[in-house]
Unconditional design. Structure first.
Length: 160
């Protein structure tokens, strides 16, 4: 019997053994520009979703800001760049499932950008879907090389 894949909402609800704060390993230190003795927090998917949910219309947040928020909350040096990105994608997928069921109060995932104001092509609707949603909120989105970015995104970032 083929096992049915988990929905995005089921993935969002999973917390496994997170949140968890760990010491930075030498491999992590080199990859993330951290120092040995620093700590990294692996948050829960719901923590990332909650931060994304609180970004008001017309405002934006970057995944790096989310990492800063979870690091501060858990008294860690940094928020894990890998899991924070994965959990933001899970939150976006869960929001899309909610929207498809007609729910109105969904996580506004399109307001969460990558570093440098770049749109996340892995979010539901891809570049075009997010571009439409961002433009509807008054943002201008342009292509820079292979990337799509929000013009002057820094002006619209939420304050930490």
């Amino acid at each position: 019997m083929v096992k049915k894949p988990k929905s995005w909402r089921e993935k969002l609800a999973e917390s496994k053994d997170f949140p968890r704060v760990e010491k930075i390993t030498p491999k992590m230190a080199g990859r993330w520009g951290a120092k040995l003795g620093d700590t990294v927090v692996i948050p829960t998917p719901k923590e990332v979703d909650k931060i994304m949910k609180n970004v008001p219309q017309g405002r934006l947040i970057t995944i790096n800001q989310i990492r800063e928020i979870v690091a501060k909350k858990h008294k860690a040096t940094i928020g894990c760049p890998i899991t924070c990105g994965i959990f933001a994608r899970i939150a976006a997928g869960a929001a899309d499932e909610d929207a498809k069921e007609g729910k109105k109060n969904i996580t506004p995932y399109w307001r969460t950008l990558k570093a440098g104001g770049e749109i996340n092509e892995k979010y539901p609707g891809g570049i075009e879907g997010q571009k439409k949603l961002l433009e509807k909120e008054g943002h201008k989105v342009i292509q820079k090389g292979k990337k799509w970015v929000v013009v002057d995104f820094e002006k619209y970032l939420v304050r930490l």
